[in-house]
Design a protein around this ligand. Sequence first.
Ligand SMILES: O=C(O)CCC(=O)C(=O)O
Ligand SMILES: [Fe+2]
Length: 234
Amino acid sequence: MESSDHLNKFKVGSVPTLYYIPDFISDSDQKLLLNQIYTAPVSKWKSLKNRRLQNWGGIVHEKGLLPQDLPPWLTKITEKIKEELCLFPSAINHVLINEYLPNQGIMPHQDGPAYFPVVAILSLGSPVVMDFTPHSTLVDTTSNIQETSHGNLQNYPPFSIALMPCSLLVFKDTAYSDYLHGIKDCEIQQYDEAVNGSEVEMHGEDLKVIHRSATRVSLTCRVVSKVHKNLFKF
Ligand SMILES: O=C(O)CCC(=O)C(=O)O
Ligand SMILES: [Fe+2]
């Protein structure tokens, strides 16, 4: 039995491998986390063009992590994530906190090579839609179908997922290595094609549209396997 068997009921979509866990944390835990995030020193925020972020756990270099201890309010959640998933090889040692206003997003990208190829994203605040698009080197523009090294035909369809507050999204394998992920910078987002559409219950009349009226905050939790113990041996 694989150690991730207990996660099977949370598997979504056809591309290996995405897990979407609704209500991973309670609403009161969400409030506590947001409170910690917004009472962190203002200097923790780094402003980018289209969002703000806090970097926790140290500086990620190409050659590894120059580590800094995570604060207890973060290890409380990273330990829960590690224990409940059984997908990380060691303690989560890096957390990126992204803040998005309703008209902000993140460009389609792949996560850097320093990270162990499993990512867990905890969502707080406004719902958003995350889009997954196959990496351009893999796309046969006419059909999205590619031949694998084993001669199998493999499908690389683009897809989306709705990320509700308090949910945990985990992705690895093909979805991690052969896809870009991003969030559009628009206030109204459709999730017609969302792989978790049936699990997401929206209030109001528009069942397939998210109106981003509030700020979203996400915690991107990862392992940097290579850690520099000594600054001077870098
Ligand atoms: O905010 C998110 O949900 C995604 C963040 C992300 O992809 C990243 O930090 O690499
Ligand atoms: Fe990312």
